[in-house]
Design a protein around this ligand. Structure first.
Ligand SMILES: [Fe+2]
Length: 395
């Protein structure tokens, strides 16, 4: 009879198979005993409180002034601020009681950064580094992402009517292509689309003076092979770098309606650092803009354009499909291998995406590693500055 130990050794793991590591939280009591309050710090706190109480009680007629950097993320900056404010406080202490206000955590914040204690590193530069290291980041929807989604829904319904996810079932494919093409163009060129990208980047703490974004694109993936070419191309597994995107590019992607597993996009994390034979050497972005992209309208039953493709079998069994509600942004880098799941949900999938690059990353060549890309040309000239939309090539 097989022993219990042998069974567990031979059985493949079924739990937490996509978790790299777990760090248990330190209990508060342990933290307090590891970092006890010093006598000097305790005396400062008590003295500060007593002085404030006296002002509030009218026993001290100085003006109480609460100033501060609000929430902090830069400890050195906070210390410099405090030392300058302390000097000023002493100089003005006859008439003013100055109190520095600092938030280390923001428990009521539900959108964006929740403070140093909750999230010590994940500012935009740290987030980009996580992405350049291969992570996928899925966020909750936010007021701006919902507004963005509503904007897309409005344009989609103006084009396809009140039931756009089912429009493919009642339209001739040629008519569908014509409506889809003008809808995609409208979404890309609408001033509100650009403004919403700007607002979204602000909400995500991106520095608008250093962040550039490119052409926002609406994607339409029909179900059941109705249209999988041209304006409804079903992307095979690819890295965006194969399409001449810069390695420092971050992709921002959102579904317009709740996303089902049969109509999702799929990532292949196993290939993050594994090169794949591919045809990116035959792809030239400038050539694509002149010949490939303009042909999209004519590609209906088959896409004969020169897409960069894998030249070996991809193990899709380890693919990671994203299932999420509408307006939830997913971020990933240009080096992540991903593709469109052939839609078998019965409903057309509508999503939109845009890409960003940061000036510091471009200057320092920071980005996802290039392990198998040989494409020619670059998409960099498509990018505009998030603050005032100046083309990157003019800066
Ligand atoms: Fe892509």
């Amino acid at each position: 009879m097989e022993s219990k130990a042998n069974v567990s050794e031979s059985r493949p793991s079924t739990a937490d198979v996509r978790i790299r590591s777990l760090d248990p939280l330190v209990p508060p009591a342990q933290l307090v005993s590891t970092y006890p309050l010093t006598d000097a710090a305790a005396a400062t706190v008590v003295s500060g409180r007593e002085q404030v109480e006296k002002v509030l009680a009218g026993e001290d007629d100085r003006l109480l002034v609460v100033v501060g950097p609000c929430s902090i993320h830069d400890l050195d900056g906070a210390r410099e601020y405090a030392s300058k404010l302390a000097a000023l406080s002493h100089a003005l202490s006859e008439g003013l009681l100055v109190v520095m206000r600092v938030y280390f955590e923001k428990p009521r914040t539900t959108v964006g950064w929740k403070g140093l204690i909750n999230d010590p590193h994940l500012d935009d530069s740290q987030r980009r580094q996580h992405l350049f290291d291969g992570d996928l980041l899925v966020y909750h929807s936010t007021p701006v992402s919902k507004e963005f989604c509503n904007h897309a829904q409005q344009l989609i319904q103006e084009a396809f009517g009140n039931d756009p996810q089912n429009a493919q079932h009642t339209m001739k494919v040629e008519d569908f292509v014509s409506v889809a093409a003008s809808l995609k163009s409208k979404f890309t060129n609408d001033d509100k689309t650009k403004k919403l990208i700007q607002n979204l980047l602000t909400e995500y703490s991106c520095d608008l003076e250093k962040t550039y974004f490119d052409v926002p694109r609406l994607r339409i993936v029909t179900s059941g092979g109705y249209l999988s070419a041209g304006v409804g191309y079903t992307y095979k597994a690819h890295r965006d770098t194969w399409y001449s995107s810069p390695p420092s590019q971050i992709n921002w992607w959102m579904s317009v309606y709740p996303l089902k597993t049969e109509q999702s996009l799929e990532f292949y994390p196993e290939y993050w650092d594994t090169p794949i034979k591919n045809s990116s050497a035959d792809f030239d972005y400038q050539e694509w803009c002149q010949t490939g992209r303009p042909q999209a309208l004519k590609q209906i039953s088959k896409d004969t354009r020169k897409h960069p493709l894998p030249l070996e079998e991809i193990d899709t069994k380890k693919g990671l499909r994203v299932v999420m509600s509408e307006a939830q942004p997913i971020l990933f880098s240009a080096g992540n291998l991903h593709g469109t799941v052939p839609n078998s949900s019965g409903f057309t999938r509508f999503s939109f995406d845009f890409r960003t690059v940061n000036k510091d990353d471009l200057a320092s060549n920071n980005g996802s590693p290039n392990i198998d890309c040989q494409s020619k040309g670059t998409t960099i000239d498509d990018f505009i500055l998030a603050s005032d939309f100046t083309p990157l090539q003019e800066i």
